[in-house]
Design a protein around this ligand. Sequence first.
Ligand SMILES: O=C(O)c1cccc(C(=O)CC[C@H]2O[C@@H](n3cnc4c(=O)[nH]cnc43)[C@H](O)[C@@H]2O)c1
Length: 234
Amino acid sequence: MATAVPVERDAVARAFPGPVRETVRPSVTVHEVTGGPDLLAAGVGPALAAASTAGALTAAALDGRPYGLVVSAGIAGGFPPHAPLGSLVVADEITAADLGAETADGFLPVTDLGFGTVTHRPPAALVRAAAAAAGALTGTVLTVSTVTGTAARAAELRGRHPRALAEAMEGFGVAEAAAAHGVPVLEVRAVSNPVGPRDRAAWRIGDALDALTEGFGKLAPVLESWKQHDRHDQ
Ligand SMILES: O=C(O)c1cccc(C(=O)CC[C@H]2O[C@@H](n3cnc4c(=O)[nH]cnc43)[C@H](O)[C@@H]2O)c1
């Protein structure tokens, strides 16, 4: 499970009762919850999140304990009124919103330029089960390299992605790493702030971290049934 920063990782860890063992890997430190998931604070932004997640995936595969599922988790901006503060969002699409080219006629995703991908889709059955268990909304979660800070940019993003519920900065990077290893991905976000005009006073990071802990408490049985990694140990 990959969060951006340690405070998010620790919020997820609080949902699982077991003790935590810290293992230093070449590109990332893994917090292994006994009887629960492995957790990474993979860094802020898609590039570092991809590098850290790929490192953990590679290390686990070389140990003969490959992961069966990768989860990108953390706080996010929610598009009002679709994803209110404190709500939980499970992504059915993880989309890189600013990976492309600006043209006189508007933004072109890299796929229109003939390269790569801009969207990863988590397994539909997993998304349904996770959202039902956690009482979460489902929709597109955008990955951006620049936090939206104006109403105009928020409207532009929703115009291009009408199903977008939230934006964050790591999901697509984590999903790229998972895809490179042939492992399914899920993204779960708790809304800490509205997407729109920059207003630090409007952040509710503590509430979002609490929602993350509560959400993962409810998600645990769903994730357990998808987890192949620990089954290799038994
Ligand atoms: O400076 C600001 O106005 C500002 C507003 C919201 C969030 C930030 C961050 O630097 C948070 C980055 C961190 O948290 C995730 N996150 C949370 N809210 C958002 C958001 O609205 N847009 C993008 N990312 C967000 C993100 O995944 C990072 O890990 C700054």
